[in-house]
Design a protein around this ligand. Sequence first.
Ligand code: ZN
Length: 151
Amino acid sequence: MNNIFETPPQRGVFYALRFMRKIEHIGIAVRDLKAANDSYTKLFNAAPYKLETVESESVSTSFFHIGETKIELLEATSDQSAIAKYIEKRGEGIHHIAYDVEDISAERERLISEGFQAIGEIKNGADNKLVCFFHPKSANGVLIELCQERV
Ligand code: ZN
């Protein structure tokens, strides 16, 4: 096996560390945000640190800290919301995994060049983030979100 220190900078461990730094949060689609907040508050023994509606996405969200990562609960605010469609098709459950990136534009371009199918453009998301998405069929059935802290 190659020594990781010999890995070229454009690929491999260092690249991954630089661009996908951690799982920022896991998004869970719920039918009833208030009821879900109650359940998850009991689960974590801590209340959500943020409640936020994202009009452009037709979702209401809540966020819980779990150590270094977060859980995002998402409820649709309209039948046209992606969350409403998801729940209609698959029921409640894990909707996406969000990866924290340093440079969302560069990482989006990299994933596209690797054949991942982008959904839409980079936009403002909840929790003060720039976000973009990649189709679940690109990643074995899991919707991918990239997010970068907005400054
Ligand atoms: Zn998310």
